[in-house]
Ligand binder design. Structure first.
Ligand code: FA5
Ligand code: MG
Length: 426
């Protein structure tokens, strides 16, 4: 059977990722399945919708911002997804107890290294190398739920645009980026607060407001270039540890609001730690899958990974700005099998880590897993034993699965769940 699973593989001492070896520890939770996605670079594959959207975004920034006739933005689309916790979190002022660092949310190689959870992980190093306007494009990895808009690997375009006083306020020498008590020569002596919802304490209101206007104008015109002038959108206030103030942009698609990006004014501490002490910057991060799904009406995020010609030819040699509506190759039937189990004494329905369960299901079933949903939780009134029931939805995107084949996979998953979590099947 091709659906084999060995729990022994979890205790390997060395993790080999694309020929590079890492020593594993109590944080290691990266799986062979996830490692197999590294280097696929869908955002660079010619006929992949993600690559078409990437190209359109790059073109927008290339044509909208030039310096002496040359593009003002540099593009980084080939940075290794293996990053340190310093890059992914510390450099971005993400506190050590922040939930986004949890083992249940990230793919850790070991305590010090992980697969980047966002492209913002590269922001500080690129600022440190002296760049002021740049885009970072690549694959990001997150442990998450399983449904039509979530996949553990997706793609982001992150950007930074920085300006000095003369660039932000040309011909207005009396307008300042910084409040008078901020000393550019000794920026570390200034304690920058984000208590004021309008701005960081080091920045003037004029500079913050002008940056906010530019940021929002640029991202809305990008959205209109992609979806047309009539696209419905709204801004939502947000919080990110690395920007202040911060927002998210939502577009109205398929009768609901869908978040497409997060953005804000870069925390001055990040700029100062990386070098620049006299500029202000905005940053944003947007998801390529969500844009491609909305643009081409692609109903399932797994299709981005399709190597089926029925999918790829629909995007072959199309004009970049051509409007394409994905036509389902055909829809194969689903098989839904339930799995109920009693938790061992050391676990409760609240401490059981569902992302661990989802990963195991995906590790074994691979891409035929369409969705996993929690169907029922139950505490036995007498024995006080805890029980969970999940529905696993199986569907192959390119052929019909037989119930016998699904049952076989389902059994292998059951056995692995018993071995891994110490549960008892009901
Ligand atoms: C971030 O990742 C921030 N790093 C973005 C940012 C950059 C903010 C710079 C400020 C400055 P967030 O987790 O909201 O934020 O993800 C950003 C975008 O990625 C989302 O708006 C969405 O378009 C996409 N995204 C996030 N999670 C998923 C997912 N599970 N599947 C598909 N797309 C996703
Ligand atoms: Mg968000």
């Amino acid at each position: 059977s091709k659906y084999k699973y060995s729990t022994a593989a979890k205790s390997i001492a060395l993790v080999d990722i694309k020929g590079k070896e890492f020593v594993s520890d109590d944080y290691t939770n990266i799986t062979p399945k996830i490692i197999s996605y590294l280097g696929k670079n869908l955002h660079m594959q010619k006929n992949n919708p993600l690559s078409i959207v990437r190209q359109r975004i790059v073109n927008y920034f290339y044509s909208s911002f030039t310096q002496r006739g040359a593009p003002a933005f540099s593009i980084y689309d080939n940075l290794s997804p293996i990053v340190t916790t310093k890059q992914n979190f510390d450099d971005l002022l993400i506190p050590s107890n922040h939930p986004s660092r949890a083992k249940s949310d990230c793919y850790y190689i070991n305590r010090g290294n992980l697969l980047r959870a966002h492209m913002t992980a590269h922001q500080s190093e690129l600022l440190r190398s002296g760049l002021d306007n740049f885009l970072m494009i690549g694959d990001v990895y997150r442990r998450d739920e399983i449904d039509s808009t979530h996949f553990p690997v997706f793609h982001q375009v992150d950007g930074v645009r920085s300006q000095r006083k003369e660039e932000l306020f040309p011909g207005q020498p009396d307008l300042e980026i910084f409040e008078p008590n901020y000393d550019k020569k000794n920026p570390h002596t200034f304690v920058n607060s984000i208590k004021d919802p309008m701005k960081q304490s080091c920045h003037t209101l004029e500079a913050t407001k002008l940056m906010e206007t530019q940021l929002k104008t640029h991202l809305i015109s990008l959205t209109q270039v992609l979806f047309g002038e009539s696209i419905k959108y709204r801004w939502v206030e947000e919080y990110f540890p690395f920007t202040h103030p911060s927002w998210e942009l939502e577009i109205f698609y398929d009768n609901k609001w869908m978040e497409i990006l997060g953005c804000g004014i870069v925390r001055n501490e990040i700029l100062v730690n990386a070098g620049p002490t006299n500029s202000i910057a905005y940053a944003f991060g947007l998801g390529l899958e969500r844009l491609a799904m909305a643009l081409y009406k692609i109903p399932d995020i797994r299709l981005m990974w399709s190597t089926d010609s029925g999918f790829l030819t629909q995007f072959q040699n199309i004009d970049l700005n051509e409007s394409v509506t994905y036509k389902p190759v055909s829809s194969y039937p689903q098989c839904i099998n339930d799995m109920s189990f009693w938790l061992p004494e050391n676990l409760t329905i609240d401490t059981f880590v569902s992302n661990d369960f989802y990963d195991l299901v995906r590790d074994i079933g691979g891409d035929i897993i369409e969705q996993v949903r929690l169907k029922d939780k139950f505490v036995h009134p007498k024995t006080k034993k805890h029980s969970l029931c999940y529905s696993i939805v199986y569907r192959h995107l390119e052929r019909t699965l037989t119930q016998a084949e699904v049952n076989e996979v389902h059994k292998v998953i059951e056995k692995a769940v018993v071995d891994t979590f110490g549960v008892a099947m009901r």
